[in-house]
Design a protein around this ligand. Structure first.
Ligand code: SAM
Ligand code: SF4
Length: 387
């Protein structure tokens, strides 16, 4: 009997072109804290494969190759875990600094006492995003448990002191503030705290759920009544005014702006609060509609611009961490970025054939026609039929 041979898939030229911008690296999925809203506070989450481990040395060195070969504009060390408990993280940063020209960012909790060597590594970065939801000591401990805001303050002061003493540029410092009913009551205080300790910017994210729903634990903004939401919006407005009066910045995610805009005129379209508030990189589109197969698609550029590498070596094309492109435990970077999963995902997005992909119902990208998608990708990587 004759067996049917598989017909090789013909990919469109735009499928094999890239314009790498962001690389996110999760050096570890282990953490020294157990914040109440984070998956890390649940044993069942930590028991999942890859959810509580350090990246293998061989993988982290492949990731440095990746940053060097693909010349990302930015490498962001973030994930579900805490970089500063990854053994040898300072050497890894040093490797990136020496071998790639990417801008380097970290998201960190600054919860432990940092050594001189660690401060030195932090000073090599372009940006440090420190997770601080409130300057109130008890409240921060209630939400983020084993962290003391006095340790965070001390670490910031020592970092700045070292920079000054050694005549080195201090990285751009940002507070990442997770807004809930509890932290949302004190945003104005947090802004004053940021100014006092020399932080350049605050970005506000809505808490997207809490792992502990007992009385007294934080509630996400999306679950609050309009009166409580209005208090948060008012606090955010005061925080903005205070930051701006001191030459600092506020960023707010689209989702939080939308929630505040529903209850506070200054945050609704054309309102004063929106002036000068930078958009966050994160955009959420409420998209109950699904794209029409073959005609429409998700206008998502991430698979042409972005890669995420998890602590277990798995590589993903976007922040949803759902489609796996490959594994750096078994493959080289070049193999991963030229392999079938990435090619198929790009082709599906270009052609609007999204059945069976996470992109079909994703709220992170708007819907548009396949023609619009083609022109957006061409803007990014050059014409379909050209060099
Ligand atoms: C997962 S942490 C990893 C980095 C580091 N461990 C830290 O906390 O800075 C990255 C960011 O996600 C935020 N985060 C965690 N759980 C969240 C939730 N349920 N809603 C919104 N943000 C959350 C954290 O506050 C932190 O700023
Ligand atoms: S410090 Fe970061 S990773 Fe750790 S539990 Fe808190 S939010 Fe999660």
């Amino acid at each position: 009997m004759k067996t049917q041979e598989a017909v090789p898939v013909e990919y469109r030229p735009l499928v094999s072109k890239s314009n790498w911008v962001h690389l996110s690296v999760e050096l570890t999925s282990k953490c020294n804290l157990r914040c109440v809203y984070c998956g890390k506070s649940k044993d069942s989450y930590n028991a999942l494969p890859g959810h509580d481990e350090h990246m293998a040395d061989a993988v982290s060195s492949r990731i440095v190759d990746l940053a060097q070969e693909l010349e990302f504009n930015e490498v962001n060390f973030n994930g579900t875990g805490e970089i500063s408990i990854f053994p040898g993280w300072t050497e890894t940063i040093d490797d990136f600094k020496k071998r790639s020209r990417s801008k380097l960012y970290v998201v960190t909790n600054f919860a432990k006492s940092l050594s001189e060597e660690e401060l030195d590594a932090f000073l090599k970065l372009d940006r440090i995003y420190i997770s601080v939801d409130t300057s109130d000591r008890e409240l921060l401990m209630h939400i983020r448990r084993k962290v003391d805001v006095r340790m965070i303050t001390h670490n910031i002061a020592r970092l700045r002191q070292k920079g000054i003493l050694e005549n080195r540029k201090v990285p751009w410092l940002r507070f990442n503030c997770v807004v809930s009913d509890l932290s949302g009551k004190r945003l104005h205080e947090l802004a004053a705290f940021a100014v006092a300790v020399g932080v350049d910017e605050i970005e506000m994210f809505p808490m997207n759920g809490c792992l502990n729903d007992a009385e007294g634990y934080p509630r996400p903004p999306s679950s609050l009544d309009s009166e409580r939401m209005r208090e948060i919006a008012e606090q955010a407005l005061q925080a903005k005014q205070l930051l701006e009066a001191h030459g600092k910045k506020l960023k707010v995610t689209e989702e939080l702006k939308r929630l505040m805009g529903e209850v506070h005129p200054e945050w609704s379209s054309g309102g004063k609060a929106l002036e000068g508030v930078e958009d966050s990189e994160e955009e959420i589109f409420k998209a109950p509609k699904l794209p029409e197969e073959g005609v429409e698609t998700r206008l998502c550029l991430q698979p042409w611009r972005r890669l995420l590498a998890g602590a277990d070596g798995r590589v993903y094309p976007c922040c949803r961490k759902a489609e796996v492109l490959g594994n750096l435990n078994e493959q080289t970077v070049q193999e991963v970025v030229s392999d079938t999963p990435l090619m198929e995902l790009r082709q599906a997005l270009l052609d609007g054939n999204l059945k069976g992909t996470i992109c079909r119902a994703c709220a992170n990208a708007p819907i548009g026609t396949v023609e619009e998608m083609q022109s957006r990708i061409e803007e990014l990587v050059g014409p379909e039929n050209g060099q």
